[in-house]
Write a protein that binds this ligand. Structure first.
Ligand SMILES: Nc1ncnc2c1ncn2[C@@H]1O[C@H](COP(=O)(O)OP(=O)(O)OP(=O)(O)O)[C@@H](O)[C@H]1O
Ligand SMILES: [Mg+2]
Length: 383
């Protein structure tokens, strides 16, 4: 949850009804023939947000972004940016700039010329172009490479040229389609922080498309999780991760254990769900939007489950018993797959505080272990 420090340091205009959204997407649908790529979506994005559109391949992310940029016309609905209905505004007159999924740089031009291109085309005076290009190159730390051509740069450097080229025109909104897709993991992480920093300094509104959930969590003020042209949930990274509203969102963001059951008993603060496959009741410390007797699912994240070699003494609520079936070592943590008596597998993540050479794993293969979790750790989902 690296993004939380960032998310809490910006204000949260979406909670303030007095704020006017910078981008308003109202009932927007895009059909290609009979196929509906974006299905009647509504979304408000506020100035200075770093908003992420997250979803699997083909769910409509690029299409939605292209409609904001003006490269695609909505079949119905409208998009308002900075108070102006964009319906009849062509792409080049919109206060937005789009960085494409494959950021094509001009191969025969130097870094400097690539960045200057848009300003030149707009007919700005040479002095101003030079000044703005210099400032932008220094901001993305490419000043020393300004005379190189794209093929003489690393993937990350090329990505920064593309970013500089999009930013130099000072758009009010920057639309980024998978901006870090071409980078390796380490460079991706570094560039994520550069992006956040840049966005913070420039105060530009960013809308970033990604299918990488970790990236969305790290980068954004808010996330819209998309599936088949619709928004499944819109919220801060914490809301999406801790309080998913559906199985689809819980499954898409991080890994989770899902148990199907029936609401057995509830009051305002607790729900007891009878889970037939566990032959046990699960207690959850929040209310369920479901009536007694209805089918629900309980989601419990692997890192919320405590693994212990002996039966917990203080409680018998939310306790399961099983055998270690598999251990995956990930350096900073290990994931245990625990097989219950009925062969159901439950995943548990355990941080590695000491090195395995020095200390035994908390449990080894074939050990009998007990799993337990706090009633506040589960989430009840009714869809
Ligand atoms: N011009 C088009 N004509 C017909 N179908 C299209 C067109 N453009 C996109 N689609 C379809 O619309 C759906 C959404 O496409 P889109 O490019 O928005 O997906 P995406 O979420 O960006 O996916 P990815 O993560 O793979 O880039 C896809 O099923 C795609 O095949
Ligand atoms: Mg796409």
């Amino acid at each position: 949850m690296k993004g939380e420090a960032v998310a809490s340091s910006v204000n949260r205009p979406w909670l303030d009804p007095g704020q006017t959204p910078f981008i308003k997407i109202q009932g927007v649908t895009k059909s290609f023939g009979p196929f509906v790529a974006v299905d009647n979506v509504d979304l408000d994005i506020y100035q200075g947000e770093l908003f992420a559109l997250l979803g699997g391949s083909g769910c409509g992310k690029t299409t939605l972004l292209r409609m904001m940029a003006g490269f695609e016309t909505p079949t119905s609905g409208r998009i308002v940016i900075d108070g102006i209905d964009m319906t009849d505004v062509p792409p080049y007159e919109r206060p937005v700039n789009m960085m494409f999924q494959s950021y094509a740089l001009f191969p025969h031009m130097t870094v400097e010329k690539n960045v200057a291109y848009g300003l030149k085309r707009d007919g700005l005076p040479k002095g101003e172009i030079d000044e703005r290009v210099d400032a932008m190159l220094s901001m993305v730390e490419l000043s020393s490479l300004s005379k190189r051509k794209p093929h003489q740069l690393s993937g990350g450097q090329r990505q920064r040229v593309a970013l500089a080229r999009s930013l130099v025109k000072k758009p009010k909104v920057l639309l980024l389609d998978e901006p870090l897709g071409a980078l390796d993991k380490r460079l991706r992480e570094q560039t994520q922080y550069e992006l956040m920093d840049l966005q913070d300094r420039l105060g530009i509104t960013f809308v970033v498309v990604t299918h990488d959930q970790e990236e969305a969590m790290t980068l954004s003020t808010r996330i819209a999780v998309m599936d088949a042209g619709s928004f499944m949930q819109i919220g801060t990274p914490t809301e999406i991760y801790e309080y998913p509203e559906s199985r689809l969102v819980a499954d898409f963001i991080g890994s989770t254990n899902m148990f199907e059951g029936i609401v057995h008993q509830q009051d305002e603060e607790h729900v007891i769900v009878k889970v037939a496959e566990l032959d046990a009741d699960i207690m959850i410390e929040h209310s369920a939007a479901a009536a007694d007797g209805s089918k629900v699912w309980v989601a419990v994240r692997p890192e919320k489950i405590i693994l212990s070699p002996s039966e917990p003494l203080n409680t018998d609520i939310n306790v399961l018993r099983g055998v270690v079936d598999d251990i995956g070592y990930f350096g900073n943590s290990s994931t245990y797959r625990i097989r219950l008596e009925n062969d159901l597998i439950v995943q548990v993540t355990h941080p590695n505080q000491s090195r395995p050479r020095d200390a035994r794993h908390v449990a080894e293969w074939e050990d009998v272990v007990y799993l337990s979790w706090e009633p506040s750790s589960g989430v009840v989902l009714n869809k």
